[in-house]
Write a protein that binds this ligand. Structure first.
Ligand code: ADP
Ligand code: GN1
Ligand code: MG
Length: 367
């Protein structure tokens, strides 16, 4: 509350009432997220999400916010047509008093504001399989809604975001430099990355051969990027729209499986707890294809498991690269945090390989 930025935010946005609280919120790895609480004269409370955009990562905040305003306004029209509640089923960008989609503060920080969507939860781990099925339907539905969005108007907020071979290139640079001498702490993980390098281009290869179409994708479909209604359990609102860009359907399917079909947290240190749940894998496949299946080609559907494996491998490679580079990208909360995260990802990749035949059966059942 005493941070200098607070007064600047209060001056820039037209908030109601008086500020009561301004606390760090959520478990995202990228942006600096706060929940601001305002008290109204009648004693009621109103909350907002205030986020300092990580401009080290999103270097074009104007383009980024233009994407988010464009996508959310488009989604609001779709939601209205479907009889939903546009104020709860997508984000709303609160403009500054002078009509801008974010504040550029005097220290250079870029702050955006969303109304806090009340009475919702987001999970870091699936609590009930039924929730995950609903999440799958929601991500598939989101994909369908955005299939009519003019993709050519979107800024590419992070170039080569899911270009797995490019992630390998950056990994090799970090390993060669090994600037903190950490490579010796991650020998088995480095070997794992190298042993899987041959798999890295499977999706980009199909894309450049013209066999898979580009769509508008979310690209960061982990479970804590969707809000569920606390009372009804409805998978209500897909958030974290920073990486909505043209991509393959495999990125959205794959990243959801990577995070949500795991039996443990992304940073679990006890690997005996980390497994791919085939029950969750199946429920996600079922839900996702129920809502998005109609527009997907047979090859897209058949190759979805490749998306799950490659998104998990790629994420592990990114965590390991960040570990080698000194934890400059993903927020960490303890020593070796990125190495722990990388280990869970590789454990999941190994299990996807071991369970490939069962996974294939799941896909055949729903494709
Ligand atoms: P990051 O890019 O760092 O992951 P997110 O945009 O995902 O940041 O936000 C972090 C967390 O804040 C989310 O996981 C969610 O719990 C919460 N959150 C974000 N926006 C809202 C909102 N409008 N209403 C309620 N909770 C939100
Ligand atoms: C980051 O922003 P957040 O925490 O939802 C990352 C994703 C990773 C994820 C791993 C912009 O997502 O790509 O898959 O961490 N987002 C960005 O948990 O790099
Ligand atoms: Mg997030």
């Amino acid at each position: 509350m005493t941070e200098p930025i607070v007064q600047e935010l209060l001056n820039a946005f037209d908030f109601p009432g008086t500020l009561q609280d301004f606390s760090v919120y959520g478990s995202g790895h990228i942006n600096d997220t706060r929940r601001a609480t305002f008290a109204l004269p009648d004693g009621q409370e109103v909350h907002f999400i205030l986020q300092r955009i990580n401009t080290g990562i999103f270097t074009d905040p104007d383009g980024l916010m233009e994407n988010i305003v464009g996508v959310t306004e488009f989604l609001k029209q779709q939601i209205e047509k479907e009889g939903g509640d546009p104020a709860r089923e997508t984000l709303t960008v609160v403009k500054t008093k002078d009509g801008k989609p974010y504040l550029r503060a005097s220290d250079g920080g870029c702050w955006r504001c969303y109304p806090f969507i009340e009475n919702t939860v987001s999970y870091d781990l699936v609590e009930t399989p039924e929730d995950f099925y609903k999440v799958a339907q929601a991500f598939g539905h989101f994909q369908m809604q955005l299939s009519r969005y003019p993709a050519e108007t979107l800024h590419e907020t992070i170039p080569h975001f899911h270009d797995t071979p490019d992630r390998y290139r950056i990994f090799h640079e970090a390993l060669r430099a090994d600037k903190l001498g950490r490579a010796k702490l991650a020998k088995p993980e480095i070997d794992f990355v190298l042993a899987h390098e041959k798999d890295a281009s499977a999706l980009t290869g199909l894309l450049s051969a013209g066999k898979l179409p580009l769509r508008v994708t979310h690209n960061d479909t982990k479970l804590n990027n969707i809000l569920l209604d606390r009372d009804t359990g409805k998978a209500l609102c897909i958030i974290d729209l920073d990486t909505v860009m043209p991509g393959l359907v495999h990125y959205d399917f794959g990243d959801s499986i990577r995070f949500g079909a795991s039996t443990a947290l992304e940073d679990e240190q006890d690997l005996s707890k980390v497994h791919v749940s085939l029950e969750l894998y199946e429920l996600f496949t079922k839900g996702f294809l129920e809502t998005a299946g109609a527009v997907l080609t047979p090859l897209e559907k058949e190759t979805l498991p490749l998306g799950a494996k490659l998104m998990t491998l790629e994420c592990g490679v990114r965590f390991l690269t960040d570990f080698l580079e000194g934890d400059t990208y993903f927020k960490i909360h303890r020593e070796n945090h990125n190495l722990d995260r990388c280990r869970t990802q590789f454990q999941l990749v190994s299990e996807m390989e071991q369970k490939a035949a069962e996974i294939q059966k799941i896909i055949e059942k729903y494709a």
